[in-house]
Design a protein around this ligand. Structure first.
Ligand code: SF4
Length: 75
């Protein structure tokens, strides 16, 4: 299920602690890519996505896959 694009999920999102997260994302205030859309920034897919590891938004919404900042959420 696609997570809600809510202030609650924005606060729970671990994107900012993800190895892929860069200054460009920060400057654009980009987060919760799973609930919104992919990033406009140049994300490095060679790094390990944090989403499936320990993000509460991921587990609470029973998501599958990863790298939502690159691909968006495929429903
Ligand atoms: S699953 Fe990934 S994109 Fe979604 S809120 Fe968590 S860290 Fe952010």
């Amino acid at each position: 299920m696609k997570p809600k694009n809510s202030a609650e999920n924005y606060g729970k999102c671990l994107c900012m602690q993800c190895p892929l997260y860069i200054d460009c994302n920060k400057a654009e205030a980009e987060r919760i890519f799973c609930a919104r859309t992919k990033s406009e920034c140049a994300m490095d897919s060679g790094k390990m996505c944090r989403c499936p590891i320990d993000c509460p938004v991921y587990s609470e919404n029973k998501l599958a896959g990863a790298y939502f900042c690159i691909t968006g959420l495929k429903e």
